[in-house]
Design a protein around this ligand. Structure first.
Ligand code: GLA
Length: 353
């Protein structure tokens, strides 16, 4: 049988962090960094996945507990096998070769890209067709099974439903998705702080639990439904409510091509993530400052926080200069080595012709 190839992109989030699991709004874009899975069906009901010289050998019906699989990256594959089995996938095995250009541990959703590409390969091998939202949900469940982190739906959903040249406005309650064209003169930079993400899983789960408790205290289904008055004295909940507003304003600013307004929303979002939601680090703060000083319209941490990357928006023709100047200033200030990626918005996951 001939090999089939599937790609799934990573993402940067332009606005709306720690809002997805509060049933709020997010505005991410799928980026030109992706995971590629080349697969061939096997007859013996095994998944043999290979990546960088290592092999994960797994039951195609998801029999293993994903959390215990070795090598560790095999946990995502086992998670996908299990969550798809629960959706009726026949246990057809595959030989799969995995390659990725999404930097791991950077907050650019390398794991979501991996899950989605594997899921497409496994669905294809057993002729299971899932609607993109169900595929994203299956991959979110796989992430929970593999890592124990109760992450939201944003990363998997934008990896499946991204649109070239656009960010996607996602209502994380209805899962409605609306593309928002990016202004042609807008450059997007992801800059890794050179600091791995630490405390991420436990702190993420703590923040999520605190948000859910705040909603319960207010008698609401989710913080999505809270007003600013209701959360004025609760910094965590206040972040969620103000960030949801910023997502909708950001979509308006992009539609209007108002890059300066978009930049001000970026700065306000970072301040809220730092001061109210407390998921920033001194390095991320320094990087945001240096990107803005170097001339970006705005910069903010992107994703869960606690290390990893920040995202900046700037004039497209100044992106390289701003990235280098900020990286140099940040490097001498913190003695960390940043990595700058220019990002282009691409389409969501699918087969590669
Ligand atoms: C991680 C999670 C997402 C989202 C972000 C924060 O990337 O996987 O679901 O909660 O953090 O916005």
């Amino acid at each position: 049988m001939s090999a089939r190839r599937f790609r799934a992109p990573g993402r940067v989030n332009l606005m709306g962090d720690h809002t997805d699991y509060n049933e709020g709004f997010v505005l991410p874009m799928a980026i030109d960094r992706e995971c590629l899975v080349t697969s061939t069906a096997r007859e013996d009901g095994r998944i043999r996945a290979r990546s960088r010289g290592e092999t994960a050998d797994l039951d195609a019906g998801g029999a293993e507990d994903p959390a215990l699989v070795q090598p560790e990256w095999g946990r995502y594959v086992a998670g996908v096998a299990r969550s798809l089995a629960a959706r009726g996938r026949r246990a057809v095995g595959v030989d799969a070769v995995v390659e990725s250009t999404v930097p791991a541990g950077s907050g650019l959703s390398s794991s979501a890209a991996f899950e989605v590409a594997v899921a497409l390969a496994l669905c294809d091998a057993s002729a299971l067709s899932l609607e993109p939202r169900d595929l994203a949900r299956a991959c979110q469940e796989a992430e929970h099974l593999a890592t124990g982190v109760p992450s939201g739906i944003m990363d998997q959903l934008v990896s499946t439903l991204g649109v070239a040249g656009a960010a996607v406005l996602i209502d994380c309650r209805s899962l409605e998705v609306e593309p928002v064209r990016l202004p042609a003169r807008l450059g997007v930079l992801a800059v890794h702080s050179g600091m791995p993400r630490t405390l991420e899983s436990s702190a993420y789960a703590d923040r999520r639990a605190a948000c859910e408790a705040a909603a319960r205290r207010l008698g609401l289904r989710a913080l999505r439904d809270a007003t600013l008055d209701q959360v004025a004295d609760d910094p965590l909940a206040r972040h969620v409510v103000t960030e949801d507003e910023r997502v909708l304003e950001m979509a308006e600013a992009l539609r209007a091509g108002d890059c300066e307004r978009a930049g001000r929303l970026f700065s306000a979002s970072h301040a809220s993530l730092r001061d109210d939601f407390r998921v920033s680090t001194p390095e991320l703060d320094a990087l945001v400052e240096e990107l803005e000083r170097a001339g970006a319209y705005g910069a903010r941490l992107t994703g869960a926080g606690f290390g990893g990357a920040v995202v900046a928006i700037c004039a497209d023709d100044e992106a390289d200069a701003i990235g280098s100047a900020a990286a140099a200033a940040y490097g001498s200030r913190t003695r960390r080595e940043p990595t700058v990626f220019r990002c282009t918005a691409v389409d969501g996951a699918g087969p590669v012709a």
